[in-house]
Design a protein around this ligand. Structure first.
Ligand SMILES: Nc1ncnc2c1ncn2[C@@H]1O[C@H](COP(=O)(O)OP(=O)(O)OP(=O)(O)O)[C@@H](O)[C@H]1O
Length: 255
C-alpha cells in the first residue's frame, strides 16, 4: 500500500541544519495496523508527515499504491495529536464532521447529515451534533476528530500520537474504537506513538526507529491474536515479551 524508500529529511541549512531522518526504508501492507515507535526526537512525526505528502524528504521517496506521493493523496487522512487544533471551535460537532466530507461529489446536505449521524454513532457520540467542541471533554473532542477523519472515507489513516492527550481510561476506550473502525472499514493505519504498551496492544507490526538521524532498527511482528481485549490481551505472556523487547531496545539494553 505504502512504500518508503531510503527516505531522509534535513531541516535547515549550514550550522543550524538538523538531520532528522537518516535513511528510512519501510513497506506498509494493505489493511495492516503498523505502528512506528522510537526515542523522542528521532523523526517519527517527520516520517509521518512525509508519508502524508505534507512535506517532501531531502532524498528518497514515498509511494502509495506505486504512485509517488508529492502532495496529500486522495484517500489518505492525517489525524493530529492536538484535537483542539484539528476541530473548528466556531462550528458545531455536526458541521465539523461534515467538513470531513467536504467536496465529495454527489453528496447533498441531507445525505451528508445522515452519514454524519452514522459516524457520530460509530464513535459513541450519537445525538451530540448540536454541541460545540468547547462543550465536550477532551476524549469526546478526540472522538469528533476521529469521526471527521472517517467521514472523509479514507483508505489510509495516519495517526500522530492521537491518544496521548487524554486520560488512561479514555485512551483505552479510544484504542478499542479505532481497532473496531479499522477492522470494519478495512483501513490501513500507520500510528506514531511513544507508548510501547499502546503499540503492542494495537498493532500487527511495529517499526522501531533508532536515534536521530533515524533508520529502521527493527520491525517486530506481533503474534497476539485478535480480537484484542484491554485486560485479557495485556495478560498474555506474548504481550509482556514483546513489550519488554521493545523497551530494552529503546533503553539501549539490546546488543
Ligand atoms: N520544522 C522543523 N524545523 C526544524 N527542525 C525540526 C522541525 N520539525 C522537527 N524538527 C526537528 O527534527 C527532529 C525530529 O522531530 P520529530 O518531531 O519528527 O521527532 P519525533 O520523533 O516525532 O519527536 P517526539 O517523539 O518528541 O514527538 C527534532 O530534532 C526536531 O527538533
Amino acid at each position: 500500500m505504502l512504500s518508503l524508500q531510503s527516505l531522509s529529511m534535513r531541516y535547515g541549512n549550514g550550522q543550524d541544519a538538523v538531520q532528522a531522518v537518516g535513511d528510512v526504508t519501510l513497506d506498509v501492507r494493505e489493511g495492516e495496523f503498523l505502528t512506528i515507535v522510537g526515542p523522542s526526537g528521532c523523526g517519527k512525526s517527520t516520517v509521518l508527515q512525509m508519508i502524508a505528502g505534507l512535506m517532501q524528504g531531502t532524498s528518497g521517496q514515498v509511494t502509495m499504491r506505486g504512485r509517488p506521493v508529492q502532495a496529500p493523496p486522495e484517500g489518505l487522512v492525517y489525524l493530529f495529536q492536538q484535537y483542539s487544533r484539528s476541530l473548528f471551535p466556531w462550528m458545531n460537532v455536526r458541521d465539523n464532521v461534515m467538513f470531513g466530507m467536504g467536496g465529495q461529489p454527489g453528496v447533498d446536505r441531507r445525505q451528508a447529515m445522515q452519514s454524519c449521524e452514522e459516524y457520530l454513532t460509530l464513535v459513541g457520540l450519537e445525538g451530540m451534533g448540536d454541541r460545540f467542541p468547547w462543550q465536550l471533554s477532551g476524549g469526546m473532542q478526540q472522538r469528533v476528530a476521529i469521526a471527521r477523519a472517517l467521514a472523509a472515507s479514507p483508505q489510509v489513516l495516519l495517526l500522530d500520537e492521537p491518544f496521548s492527550a487524554v486520560d488512561a481510561l479514555t485512551r483505552a476506550v479510544l484504542h478499542d474504537l479505532v481497532l473496531d473502525v479499522w477492522q470494519k472499514r478495512g483501513l490501513t493505519v500507520v500510528l506514531v506513538t511513544h507508548d510501547v504498551d499502546e503499540a503492542v496492544y494495537l498493532s500487527d507490526r511495529i517499526a522501531l526507529l533508532g536515534p536521530r538521524p533515524s533508520r529502521v532498527a527493527h520491525v517486530y511482528d506481533n503474534p497476539l491474536p485478535r480480537p484484542r481485549d484491554p485486560v485479557a490481551t495485556r495478560a498474555c505472556p506474548e504481550f509482556s515479551r514483546l513489550r519488554g523487547e521493545l523497551l530494552a531496545h529503546l533503553l539501549g539494553r539490546q546488543p
